[in-house]
Design a protein around this ligand. Structure first.
Ligand SMILES: O=c1[nH]cnc2c1ncn2[C@H]1C[C@H](O)[C@@H](CO)O1
Ligand SMILES: [Zn+2]
Length: 331
């Protein structure tokens, strides 16, 4: 099986967790940001979360370095372009990238500049490569809530022209959904689709709440619906697709190891699952690696791979035209 050649779809990939280490060094020089080292291997070592991360919060510390150089329009555009380029070069045909616009305001950019630069980088890559994409705007659950509506309003200018969805990311506390009902409602009213990180660090109840209170159509990770019958049934009944990210799930201790990842059991039982990277640099991975790991660990046939590919197409926040294009890659 040549996993590199397979057409692939990544629905869960963070911009700031997928920056090339060499780009960090070049941008730091240009921006006169001081780095602990100019050696690409040293920088990579600082960016990649160790397999021994005690938890998600430890993993999230790896984003500070990339974010320090992602505060100008040119840097955001370049990093967006390079992410789509890297994905296209390993046969990813469709990529949904997410990031937190509020994390990019440290040097005076407006939200429109931040979102516009990310979209511009993606569009440039779409012109050059056989890849299509969209952006998802993430709100960090631990940040003050006073500017969330501004993010939603700023992104609305790009809706269905590069921006498609609203997400909640960052540390996951029990019952977080209650605090975000009004924001998710507002985003849905304006036409955003909704996906929420839940059941990664937290319990299956968080998945239940994200679907029932926030209207999540997809769930980032969702591992912990295992062992929570109500959440499991709701996800199945409402055909909510799970964006699983196997390597990241091991690093953050959402699962002990790949063998105990529920991805195959979910798939066999009719839970909609997709395979994604989460963070290409922080999790030191690619779509080729994620697909290979899952297929080898669980002995998936090519037919089973394409069943999962089809779930990704069906649940992508893409236009009908893009979905029709993606279906052409099925054997
Ligand atoms: O796997 C994750 N779970 C929760 N939050 C995450 C994960 N990966 C990245 N993030 C956070 C850190 C980033 O700064 C933010 C926006 O991309 O999203
Ligand atoms: Zn994520």
């Amino acid at each position: 099986m040549n996993h590199f050649n397979l057409p692939k779809i990544d629905l869960h990939c963070h911009l700031d967790g997928s920056v090339r280490p060499r780009t960090i060094i070049e941008l730091a020089h240009q921006q006169e940001v001081s780095l602990p080292s100019d050696n690409v291997d040293d920088i990579r070592a600082l960016m990649v979360a160790p397999p021994t991360c005690p938890n998600l919060d430890e993993y999230l510390k790896r984003f500070e370095l990339p974010l320090s150089v992602m505060q100008t329009e040119a840097a955001i555009k370049r990093i967006s372009f390079e992410l789509f380029e890297d994905a296209a070069l390993e046969n990813v045909k469709y990529l949904e990238v997410r990031f937190g616009p509020l994390l990019h305001l440290q040097q005076g950019l407006t939200l429109d500049q931040v979102i516009g630069s990310a979209v511009a980088g993606m569009k440039e890559a779409e012109q050059q490569y056989d890849i299509r994409g969209n952006y998802i705007l993430s709100i960090l659950r631990t940040m003050p809530k006073d500017r969330i509506d501004e993010v939603i309003d700023a992104g609305a200018r790009y809706l269905n022209q590069g921006v498609v969805a609203f997400d909640l990311a960052g540390s996951e506390l029990p019952g977080f959904s209650q605090e975000f009902i009004a924001y998710a409602d507002y985003a849905r009213q304006l036409g955003y689709r909704v996906t929420i990180h839940a059941g990664e660090q937290g319990s299956g109840q968080n998945v239940f709440d994200a679907v029932s209170l926030l209207g999540a159509e997809r769930i980032g990770h969702g591992i912990h619906i295992k062992g929570h019958p109500q959440a499991y049934q709701l996800v199945k009944a409402q055909s909510v697709a799970l964006e699983t990210c196997p390597s990241s799930n091991i690093q953050t201790k959402a699962v002990d190891d790949l063998a105990s990842h529920p991805v195959k059991a979910f798939h066999k039982d009719g839970v909609l699952i997709t395979i994604n990277t989460d963070n290409r640099t922080v999790s030191d991975t690619t779509m080729t690696d994620e697909v290979r790991k899952v297929m080898e660990e669980f002995n998936l046939s090519e037919d089973e791979y394409f069943e999962i590919y089809r779930v990704s197409v069906d649940n992508a926040f893409a236009s009908d035209e893009v979905k029709a294009h993606l279906l052409k890659y099925l054997p």
